[in-house]
Design a protein around this ligand. Structure first.
Ligand SMILES: [Zn+2]
Ligand SMILES: [Zn+2]
Length: 565
């Protein structure tokens, strides 16, 4: 890695380098340095576009972090959303210090570390809103904010050059579901004391007014609980703990049992209950396997799959491929989440599948079943007015949102003395604060690293590991042609192997049988499944992996290529 491209931190200067989230939505990360001390704020991921084949996740380029080496003393987390914690396992491998976060945030990291086989030992340090920690010349205060999940904080970081405030993600929910209020007082106190710079969430800068509290969706759901004669299935993000609480409470009121359906939602509900952020009265919760035992009008399912992800619970349910949850005429499926750009097609397909089952589909354009977790224009203005920073740096957004937030800040702060100065920074910009003022001084390496979670690891960066893996078990590519209309197999599947060494006869026999596995798998799938390329690819990959494992004892990289002709 070319470390000479990373400039040294200037003496007696507070340097802030956004490594992600300024110029795109997602992969939020920032480095804050004073001389020999660097702290990192958040380490998030971004999800790839559907056309970035073979890429599961995108994380920030960590060249800067590596170049800082043992000067990186701590990682500080604002909250537990994937765009803030998804890259923690990758970052943890690159420095030695502690990770500070609230109980909920850290609890969501633990299963990630386990998946990566990382033993964090005693590096995870739980903090509470109101706490202050000291890292060398920097102190970090955690301030409670409200958002779409519990236990979220903003940060006030004090350095010899002054205090900077990082809002994290927030909206101002004045009737929070858990009764834990946005600490407006502390923002005002810091503002009165004098804040050098504010780094503010820009996600919803283009929405007028106020975003609205989480409880706002109760009315729509009350209607749905009343009008649905069969099962009620609500698809939501597995981190939407507040939404889960609200739905559990309604289920109690309307005498339905609650089943969490899908791996990540089961896990997060369990974590949230253990920590006391989700309260489910005794006798309410059932396992998904128990759903068939109850009359459908007595059941509420909270499921993964609001984005049409092929392996998620709702996708399986929608093509009648779930073991326990089946949809019928009287049932209603609610999409209680926004569509992340890029997922629209997959979501629409899932909706059509649901409709084919005869169930009703409800989206947030039909009823108010979703509310954003990010503050709209008036909330952003309020925070600016309270903090009254000397400098303002918009964060979390594409350049369009950042520049609109900059414009808004100038408007809000106009006439103040000394006048506000806006620094419109992007990923990699080195923002300096010192006795002479503030400026974007230089550029550090920044960008995106593409990750293939299933097999390969960092694409481009960990070639050696790939090679070891491929050398051990090889690769099998299965080219499968299916008819666009019928979804039926066209011709014979074609298999190509590399580094998967067997005798010629043995290989021919094995491929013949593998071809049979493919044919069987496609014939056993419903017409709807066959029309879903993502789902079929996953299904074939799984079946072929099992086949090769059983037949050869090896685990080659299996790449099914589905062609519609
Ligand atoms: Zn968030
Ligand atoms: Zn976020």
């Amino acid at each position: 890695m070319n470390q000479s491209a990373v400039p040294d931190v200037s003496p007696a200067t507070l340097e802030v380098v956004p490594l992600g989230g300024l110029g795109e939505f997602g992969m939020n990360m920032m480095a804050v340095s004073w001389e020999d001390t660097t702290i990192l704020i958040d380490a998030g991921v971004m999800f790839p576009d559907p056309d970035q084949l073979g890429v599961d996740l995108i994380i920030p380029d960590l060249t800067y972090v590596e170049a800082r080496g043992d000067k990186v003393k701590a990682l500080i987390l604002t909250h537990g959303h994937e765009d803030h914690i998804g890259a923690v396992p990758h970052v943890l491998e690159r420095f030695d210090g502690p990770v500070y976060g609230t109980a909920m945030t850290l609890a969501l990291i633990v299963p990630k570390l386990e998946e990566h086989g990382i033993d964090a030992g005693d590096r995870l340090k739980t903090v509470k809103p109101g706490d202050t920690i000291v890292v060398g010349p920097l102190s970090v205060e955690f301030i409670r904010v409200t958002h779409s999940m519990p236990d979220c904080v903003a940060l006030a970081i004090t350095s010899p050059a002054g205090t900077i405030v990082h809002t994290g993600d927030f909206k101002i929910d004045q009737t929070p579901i858990d009764g834990e209020h946005f600490d407006l007082h502390r923002f005002a106190e810091l503002g009165a004391r004098g804040v050098l710079a504010l780094f503010g969430d820009s996600t919803n800068v283009d929405r007028k007014g106020f975003t609205g509290p989480e409880i706002e969706v109760i009315d729509a759901f009350e209607e749905l609980f009343t009008s649905t004669e069969g099962k009620l299935v609500v698809a939501l993000f597995s981190s939407s703990i507040y939404r889960m609480q609200l739905l559990v409470d309604l289920a109690v009121q309307f005498e339905r049992k609650v089943a969490f359906v899908g791996r990540s939602i089961v896990r997060n509900a369990e974590i949230a209950q253990r920590l006391g952020f989700l309260r489910v009265p005794a006798g309410i919760q059932i396992r998904d396997a128990e759903v068939p035992e109850y009359a459908s009008q007595d059941v509420l399912c909270l499921a993964t799959g609001s984005q049409g992800e092929p392996q998620a619970a709702l996708s399986r349910i929608s093509i009648d491929d779930h073991r326990f949850v089946h949809l019928g005429e009287d049932d209603t499926v609610v999409f209680s989440a926004r569509a992340i750009p890029g997922n629209e097609k997959a979501i629409a397909r899932t909706m059509s599948h649901v409709a084919r089952r005869g169930a009703d589909v409800v989206t947030d354009s039909m009823k108010h079943v979703h509310v954003s977790g990010h503050g709209s224009a008036e909330e952003l203005k309020l925070v600016l007015s309270l903090v009254r920073p000397r400098y303002f740096v918009p964060i979390h957004g594409e350049f369009r949102q950042l520049s609109q937030h900059a414009k808004m800040a100038r408007q809000v702060m106009s006439g103040l003395e000394p006048p506000l100065q806006v620094l419109l920074a992007q990923d990699g910009d080195i923002v300096q604060f010192d006795a002479r003022g503030a400026r974007i001084a230089d550029k550090a390496p920044a960008g995106r690293v593409l990750i293939d979670v299933t097999r390969i690891g960092e694409v481009g960066d960990e070639v050696l590991r790939d090679r070891r893996h491929l050398a051990a078990d090889g690769v099998v590519i299965a080219v499968v042609a299916i008819g666009r209309q019928s979804g039926a197999l066209v011709g014979e599947p074609e298999l190509v192997a590399r580094g998967f060494v067997f005798g010629e006869d043995e290989e021919r026999a094995m491929f013949k049988d593998a071809s049979g596995v493919i044919t069987g798998c496609i014939e056993a799938s419903s017409v709807e499944e066959r029309a879903d390329q993502g789902l079929m690819t996953e299904k074939l990959r799984g079946e072929l992996r099992r086949f090769f494992k059983k037949r050869s004892g090896r685990r080659p990289l299996v790449l099914p290529v589905l062609m519609e002709i």
